[in-house]
Design a protein around this ligand. Structure first.
Ligand SMILES: [Zn+2]
Length: 287
């Protein structure tokens, strides 16, 4: 998350992004589980202009159900009021440092309740998770994976998943693509950052292309398939984040110009995670 903010918040982020990507990728073979995924295009990054004050303006929270986590993990509290009042601390009952029981209080000098260890005093801070993925273009088609795991089993998604410690966002997107689609890809440019504050997730999606025209389902996928734009299964997508991403992509295709998008996905009150169309896309910026 910090890396993305640093990249996107910089007034000269084109330079910053290229600069930041070169070094991680030169060492990627040292940290990747798949040493063949080592390349990224250094020449296709578009120039972005963000004004910091505009980019970091206050985020709006809504009172809605959560969106399921992309890897089938447990969902956080179902309403933002619960989330705010609990401060995501209810699930932390034991200290990760010493194993002692926690109490849930607002620490001195802070405003939100946290899980505080009653034995060693460690405060458990929880921060949003980064989900990274690829929107892969190949011969005017895009690659989608049918999920072979819950949640949203049997529905289509871009290859994406949680970013790991020790990798950059682009490295994570390449890794997830390899794991879910057995596809080697080259990153072309960042395409979208979509925040879902209610569930503490930020999606970072990259435009990418296949290095070789080969792909097949990984363990988390039952099928991988290239879709022409007119055949994208919009009625069978797994998550609101994927629907938003693909809608933005289609809009760009109509204008003939790829852009970078930032936005906040707020689900409508009272809707379930499976109702992927019940959202608003707020604070949408494109450049
Ligand atoms: Zn402790």
């Amino acid at each position: 998350m910090l890396k993305t903010i640093q990249i996107l918040g910089s007034p000269s982020c084109c330079f910053s992004l290229s600069h930041r990507l070169k070094k991680p990728y030169s060492n990627f073979h040292l940290i990747s589980r798949n040493p063949i995924l080592a390349a990224v295009s250094k020449s296709h990054f578009c120039a972005f202009r963000f004004r910091k004050g505009r980019f970091f303006r206050a985020f709006q929270m809504s009172h809605t159900h959560s969106e399921p986590s992309p890897d089938g993990g447990p969902s956080p509290p179902s309403t933002s009021s619960a989330l705010l009042s609990a401060g995501f601390t209810r699930k932390i009952n034991f200290c990760q440092l010493c194993g002692g029981p926690t109490k849930h209080e607002v620490p001195d000098g802070e405003e939100k309740p946290r899980a505080i260890c009653t034995r060693c005093g460690k405060i458990a801070y929880e921060n949003p998770k980064m989900v990274v993925g690829c929107l892969i273009e190949h011969e005017n088609k895009i690659l989608l994976c049918k999920r072979n795991i819950q949640p949203s089993h049997g529905l289509w998604t871009l290859p994406a998943g949680y970013m790991e410690i020790g990798e950059s966002a682009s490295e994570g997107a390449i890794r997830e693509t390899w794991e879910e689609a057995n596809a080697q890809v080259e990153i072309m440019s960042p395409f979208a950052q979509l925040d879902i504050p209610l569930i503490g997730q930020t999606y970072v999606i990259f435009l990418a292309k296949l290095k070789r025209p080969h792909f097949s389902p990984g363990p988390e996928s039952s099928e991988c398939k290239l879709f022409a734009l007119e055949d994208i299964p919009f009625d069978s997508l797994a998550f609101s984040s994927m629907l938003v991403t693909l809608n933005l992509y289609m809009e760009d295709k109509k204008t003939g110009r790829a852009k970078f998008h930032y936005g906040i996905i707020n689900k409508r009150p009272g809707t379930s995670p499976s109702e992927i169309r019940e959202y608003t896309l707020d604070s949408h910026m494109r450049c």
